[in-house]
Design a protein around this ligand. Structure first.
Ligand code: BDR
Ligand code: CA
Length: 301
């Protein structure tokens, strides 16, 4: 199985992605690290821990950065609710021993340096922790396979007309990450707005198992602006399905420059070029994606 670290700000679509990843036999989730984003770090960490506990997994959750490198934290509680998981209440609070003793950046470094196989990073929140990791411990780069992230867009935005939320929240961190030569797969709005799940899919998911029931409840609170009454953009889930089923995505190589200041801050300026180190997901087979999502959740408890 592929060793992975999920860096996350749960967040309703984060919960969907983590739930699927933890039951995917081709993935070995070594660590879940948290970051302030959709809501503050206390809530994102608590949500990640409660979720892992709910799913009866023993993956550690490491608490990471509270705020972006330079900018003040901007949250998306309108989309995800004040606590980050809508009005949903996990029936039990996770035991404190699920929490890693170290800061997320240290925990990530330790996992990467001790892994026999190169680790894949899956950032599905602002890139604050990832930028710190690369800057503080550049030696990790030699044991990274790639970064498959949710963030950015070749065209458009959701936080502003030109910036996607995860990049917008911490553009300086994003710039650090994109400026490295590490291979990156960018699952941005170009593809996450196509690879949606439908209302009918949610009904199917609800009846799959206990996890499906929980996810369908969360999704009823989800106020994502690219979702409609009939379709839900579960952005972060694209990273997981990309890793397990890359064949349903169409990508193009590019160089990506992140704008860090001014009115276009957070914009991922995408220049397509054969030798670019970023694979930008541009299209996805939405029907195939939906089937994979359902199949993936069907394997949960
Ligand atoms: C991204 O922003 C967050 O609100 C979601 O969890 C996702 O990671 C979509 O722009
Ligand atoms: Ca997220």
């Amino acid at each position: 199985a592929i060793p992975v670290i999920i860096d996350t700000d749960p967040g309703i679509d984060d919960v969907v992605a983590i739930s699927a990843a933890l039951f995917e036999e081709t993935l070995d989730v070594k660590l879940i690290s948290t970051v302030g984003g959709n809501v503050g770090i206390t809530n994102t960490t608590r949500n990640a821990m409660n979720l892992v506990h709910f799913l009866r997994k023993d993956v550690k959750v490491a608490k990471g950065s509270e705020a972006p490198l330079l900018n003040p934290l901007v949250t998306a509680s309108v989309v995800h609710g004040e606590t980050g998981v809508g009005g949903y209440q996990f029936s039990e609070e996770a035991p404190i021993n699920l929490l890693h003793k170290e800061h997320a950046v240290i925990a990530m470094k330790d996992v990467i340096l001790s892994s026999e196989e190169p680790v894949t990073l899956i950032p599905i929140g602002p890139l604050t922790n990832i930028a710190l990791l690369i800057k503080l411990f550049p030696e990790v780069k030699a044991n990274l396979n790639k970064i498959v992230l949710m963030g950015g867009a070749a065209k458009g935005g959701n936080a502003t007309s030109v910036a996607e939320f995860n990049i917008y929240v911490d553009p300086h961190a994003a710039k650090i990450v994109f400026d490295e030569s590490i291979p990156i797969v960018m699952c941005g709005l170009d593809v996450t707005r196509q690879a949606t799940i439908t209302k009918d899919n949610i009904d199917t998911i609800r009846n799959l198992n206990k996890t499906g029931e929980m996810l369908s409840e969360l999704l009823t609170f989800y106020g994502d602006s690219s979702s409609s009454r009939f379709e839900y953009a579960v952005h972060d889930m694209c990273t997981i399905i990309y890793i397990t089923h890359p064949e349903i995505f169409e990508t193009k190589n590019a160089d990506v420059t992140v704008v860090t200041e001014g009115p276009a801050s957070g914009c991922t300026v995408t220049k397509f070029t054969e030798d670019g180190h970023v694979k930008v997901c541009l299209n996805a087979d939405a029907e195939a994606f939906r089937k994979k999502v359902i199949h993936s959740i069907s394997k949960a408890l």
